[in-house]
Design a protein. Structure first.
Length: 455
């Protein structure tokens, strides 16, 4: 019997547990108490672009109590949409004003600001859902991971494909040996769809700060520099200081399935070729080769292509498929077959040719044996439910930090084309001084030196 009277919520939970033999009945608790308290969410970079959608997804299951954005025009629109939320241009000011009213934070800023925003949230004990890539420096990824473990907060990354059924089918099938021993993986994207290479460098010129932009807040922890055109609100992705290029932007989506299903970990060797690499911008196109030693398959070689490059047409692909029209995806090639996926989020993996896939399924619909996500397609909502149910998200930092680091390791090779980068996972360093310069940021703004040691 559930107790009908209790002086406090704690008394109610204690009496309920006793009445049910120590088993909590959340639906009954909600009914008895008139509804559980919703999670309070703040969105950093949450007033436009991807941040706007991240906040919108969070609003499906939580209260939006604050939004921080460097663009005043976007903030005005966000205020109209969320009239009860407080608006800020600085996330530090937001936390100072509302820290005790925030349970969880979404981070949807340009890549360079992910680290200080997430670290400030973690420092204050807030759960965080950070857009991909988590950061654009390997040292920052390691610090973020250590800080989250130290503070015991729940975490997630905004790679929505990891919440889907497709990636679970892929992991299941690879485990069942659908292609035998995996030896080669090819992953490609049509990105960049923003300027990179010489075009990007030509756009990165000075000018007057737009009246709607808080440039100092936009720079976050990076050193103060005069305003740079060609960055806000979208094309910062091509800048080596502020973005992570095409591999950083799309790798956390496209590499997710092969990385998880094949147990790739960190590569021990990388090399790359590229076109139009400049001193400030990521190149126009690249081809990266990553070498892995895996527990399940031994040596595996992964190829990454961007900027119009892609692998050759697979020999097993049906003649009716137009290979040139497939803009992004992956091929996992084993000694007894090939899996192909042709979207960015591992939503459509299948064995090729089609007849082989039908034979594998035995004429039946595919049966998924792995547990589903808490919120399919919505990592922000997944984190909200993980907080409510005391569960762990699929792309929590234990998983998403290594995935992000794979993308950033690829960038070490891209920034040093023609060199073979030997990567020492234990030391978190490579054999090339030039490549090692991109492991950490050259400098931080004074007073913004976040680390796991000081959270």
């Amino acid at each position: 019997m559930i107790p009908s009277k209790a002086r406090t919520r704690r008394d109610f939970l204690r009496q309920t547990a006793a009445a049910t033999g120590g088993v909590f009945l959340p639906n009954i608790l909600i009914a008895q108490e008139g509804g559980a308290k919703k999670v309070n969410v703040a969105g950093i970079g949450g007033a436009g672009g991807k941040g706007e959608s991240d906040v919108g997804i969070s609003a499906e299951g939580a209260n939006i109590v604050a939004i921080c954005d460097v663009d005043r025009d976007r903030l005005a629109k966000a205020q109209a949409k969320y009239p009860n939320a407080k608006m800020f241009e600085s996330f530090r000011e937001m936390f100072d004003a509302m820290g005790d009213k925030i349970d969880m934070v979404t981070v949807s800023t340009p890549d360079h600001a992910h680290y200080p925003a997430a670290m400030e949230a973690i420092k204050r004990g807030k759960h965080v859902c950070v857009q991909k890539p988590l950061v654009n420096r390997i040292w920052e990824a390691n610090q973020l991971h250590e800080a989250a473990k130290k503070k015991g907060v729940k975490t997630n990354m905004g790679n929505q494909g990891h919440t889907g059924k497709g990636i679970r089918f892929l992991k299941q099938w690879i485990g069942e040996g659908i292609v035998g021993n995996v030896k080669e993986i090819h992953v490609w994207t049509n990105r960049p769809i923003w300027p990179q290479g010489n075009e990007a460098k030509a756009k990165y010129v000075g000018g007057a700060v737009p009246p709607n932009l808080n440039w100092t807040s936009w720079l976050a922890a990076t050193p103060e520099v005069p305003y740079i055109n060609g960055l806000h609100p979208f094309a910062w992705r091509g800048h080596m200081e502020y973005g992570a290029g095409a591999m950083g932007d799309m790798g956390c989506h496209l590499l997710d399935g092969p990385f998880w299903a094949c147990g790739l970990g960190e590569p021990y060797k990388l090399e790359a070729e590229c076109d139009e690499l400049t001193d400030v911008s990521w190149p126009k196109s690249s081809h990266v080769i990553c070498h892995f030693k895996t527990q399940k398959f031994g040596e595996v070689k992964l190829h990454w292509y961007e900027g119009g490059r892609k692998p050759g047409r697979p020999k097993d692909l049906e003649a009716t498929r137009d290979w040139d029209k497939i803009k992004g995806g992956f091929l996992i090639i084993g000694d007894s077959g090939t899996i192909m996926n042709t979207d960015d989020y591992c939503g459509s993996p299948r064995l090729i040719p089609e007849e082989s896939f039908k034979k594998f399924l035995g004429g039946k619909s595919p049966e998924l044996k792995l547990e589903l996500s808490l919120a399919e397609g919505k990592p922000q909502l997944e984190l909200i439910r993980a907080i409510e149910q005391d569960k762990i998200c699929g792309s929590n930092f234990d998983y998403s930090v290594p995935l992000t680091k794979l993308c950033l390791l690829g960038n070490l090779a891209i920034a040093n084309p023609g060199k073979v980068i030997e990567w020492d996972s234990a030391k978190q360093a490579g054999n090339d001084p030039g490549a090692n310069k991109l492991i950490s940021r050259a400098a931080y703004r004074q007073g913004w030196e976040y680390s796991a040691a000081n959270v």
